[in-house]
Design a protein around this ligand. Structure first.
Ligand code: UD2
Length: 301
């Protein structure tokens, strides 16, 4: 897309900041972020930054004035924090998302939201299509599912062009911090030659998708005519956590051992996306294999 005015909520965060980099300089880019986990140094100079909470209507209004598209990535991303504090995470992940949708109605702006594989809970089939049953296992998943359904409702009721992207396990540069996901944890352990901590038997599987593929899905969602839909965004390939540990150890030439710990209570055993809808309708094609993605992380490219 080019020559649009766009708002990226959570634009200083992991996925948001990569999206901002892809949108700028062809578009006028605004970012709304409270920098609770995002980082200002991730943002190019030319971006207009509104520092504020996503549930502050004044900040949101200011950031969204006159925009053509809102990419909604601001969220409390920790599943375990949502279990500890369901109301607080609901405020950020759902109440604030409704503010975003309402603001989009006022501006007549397209909205692309970050949904999640968490909407499926324990998937009822593998690979899981968008039509599978949804049964989240955390407040985070319930909040993402409600947001996902609201986007469809806003298209139906108010004719607002909306798209929900259900991300599977995202990884890539700038993913860091205590809730950042298994790849960044393993990479840190391997680099420090510390034991790589596999939770459980390591036979559980995930569909790891590189952030650059998520960015391309967002750009496709920004122009598609097939609005009012949710799309799985993954690679369609599942990798076991044990295999991942070995991949990362090899890629880093690490002396780390691989140790097993207690499995996570309620852990999802297998998760993998059926991405045929996104392929067919958005033209989405993942480009980064897990091997290449890890290699580029290791090389810092
Ligand atoms: C992912 C998403 C989450 C939600 C969920 C939906 C991330 C970071 N989180 O959670 O937001 O959408 O999917 O189902 O993408 N593990 C280890 N050792 C470690 C850390 C993790 O073995 O040191 C295991 C963990 O037990 C799990 C797997 O690795 O089986 C993936 O864990 P995760 O936290 O990266 O992501 P996940 O799938 O729980």
């Amino acid at each position: 897309i080019r020559d649009k005015t766009v708002l990226v909520t959570g634009g200083a965060g992991f996925i948001g900041s990569h999206l901002v980099a892809a949108l700028e300089p062809r578009n006028e880019v605004r970012v709304l972020d409270n920098f609770s986990s995002g980082d200002r140094s991730h943002l190019p100079e030319a971006v207009t930054v509104v520092e504020g909470d996503i549930h502050d209507p004044i900040a949101l209004q200011q950031a969204a004035r006159g925009v053509d598209i809102i990419f909604h990535h601001a969220a409390m991303v920790s599943v375990s924090q949502s279990v500890d504090a369901p109301r607080r995470s609901n405020e950020t992940n759902l109440d604030a998302s409704l503010l975003v949708l309402e603001q989009a109605r006022q501006e007549d702006a397209r909205v692309v939201v970050a949904s999640s594989a968490a909407v499926y809970g324990h998937p009822s089939e593998l690979p899981v299509p968008e039509t599978a049953s949804t049964d989240p296992t955390s407040p985070y998943g319930v909040q993402k599912l409600a947001l996902d359904q609201y986007t469809r409702l806003y298209e139906d009721l108010y004719d607002l062009p909306t798209v929900a992207l259900r991300y599977f396990n995202a990884y890539g540069p700038r993913q860091q911090g205590p809730y950042s996901g298994v790849i960044s944890t393993f990479l840190e352990q391997a680099r420090a030659d510390e034991p790589i901590t596999v939770e459980g038997d390591g036979e559980q599987t995930r569909d790891f998708v590189h952030v650059s593929d998520l960015v391309r899905a967002n750009l496709q969602a920004a122009t598609t005519d097939n609005v009012g839909e949710a799309y799985n965004i993954g690679t369609g390939t599942r990798t076991s956590i044990r295999e991942l540990a070995e991949l990362i150890r090899d890629a880093t030439d690490s002396a780390s051992s691989i140790v097993h710990q207690e499995s996570r209570p309620g852990d999802i055993r297998h998760s993998g996306a059926d991405i045929s809808r996104a392929k067919r309708t958005l033209g989405f094609e993942p480009r980064v294999s897990l091997e290449c993605g890890i290699q580029s992380l290791v090389e810092g490219t």
